[in-house]
Design a protein around this ligand. Structure first.
Ligand SMILES: C[S@@+](CC[C@H](N)C(=O)[O-])C[C@H]1O[C@@H](n2cnc3c(N)ncnc32)[C@H](O)[C@@H]1O
Length: 224
């Protein structure tokens, strides 16, 4: 998928996407450690830069690290930021994964929007979350947004059908089967499983902060 196509699909297929970056940055900016001037903030899986632009807008003082393993995504994010009137510094670009980032206690806060969902629950999610917890100072907070799979909801089939309907109504091309195919590369988990994983990774319990269909956001704090 091309990057312009990526932006179109993600904006049209995720209910509430237009507010997600704004909400995530505002939440982190209100945290004890990231509210201070010049806080160091990691944007993990920055993609084409939605959270970076919003962070620059709300907190131009933040020392941002924009991390993504995809050179193409980072290039689009860099161009978007350069084309904006927002300040370009201080910002460090990192083409790598969270798991490969050796950054013990370096950050006051972190954002991870729609990233964990792409990792299988075969140990990969735990390694990712553990690396994020370690990258934070004790007490540092993470805003995590992901596609979830709610446990035992009698309305689940209806919610999934509604997601396809939402995408069609948003004007995305393709059949319902093709749209469903987009989500086959994703590995959503339920809140109970997420709670077990984040606890093992070094965070406290996830506090819910957002939900639209099965997309949910949580605020997590690294244990002291
Ligand atoms: C669905 S995009 C979301 C991008 C952006 N956060 C947004 O909300 O638009 C997921 C991004 O996570 C990146 N990614 C995948 N695995 C990652 C990992 N292990 N560590 C960091 N980023 C990763 C992908 O390259 C991709 O850019």
């Amino acid at each position: 998928m091309s990057q312009s196509s990526y932006d179109h699909v993600i904006q049209q297929s995720i209910p509430g996407y237009a507010s997600l970056a704004r909400l995530s940055v505002a939440l982190l900016a209100a945290s004890p450690l990231a509210s201070v001037p010049d806080a160091r903030v990691l944007v993990a899986g920055c993609g084409t830069g939605a959270e970076l632009l919003e962070a620059r807008l709300q907190r131009p003082d933040w020392q941002l690290t924009a991390l993504d393993p995809s050179a193409e995504m980072l290039s689009v994010a860099r161009d978007r930021l350069a084309a904006s009137s927002l300040s370009q510094e201080p910002l460090t670009w990192c083409q790598t994964t969270v798991e490969a980032l050796a950054a013990e206690g370096r950050f006051d806060g972190a954002l991870s929007v729609l990233v964990l969902q792409s990792l299988p629950d075969d140990g990969s999610k735990l390694v990712f979350l553990t690396a994020l917890a370690r990258a934070l100072r004790p007490g540092g907070q993470l805003v995590l947004v992901d596609l979830m799979r709610p446990e035992r909801s009698p309305l689940q089939a209806q919610v999934e059908a509604a997601w396809l309907g939402y995408q069609r109504a948003s004007g995305l091309e393709g059949t319902p089967e093709a749209l469903a195919g987009l989500s086959q590369a994703l590995h959503p988990i339920g809140v109970a499983r997420l709670t077990a994983l984040v606890t093992a990774a070094g965070f406290g319990d996830p506090a819910p902060i957002f939900q639209a269909l099965d997309f949910e956001g949580f605020l997590l704090q690294r244990r002291a």
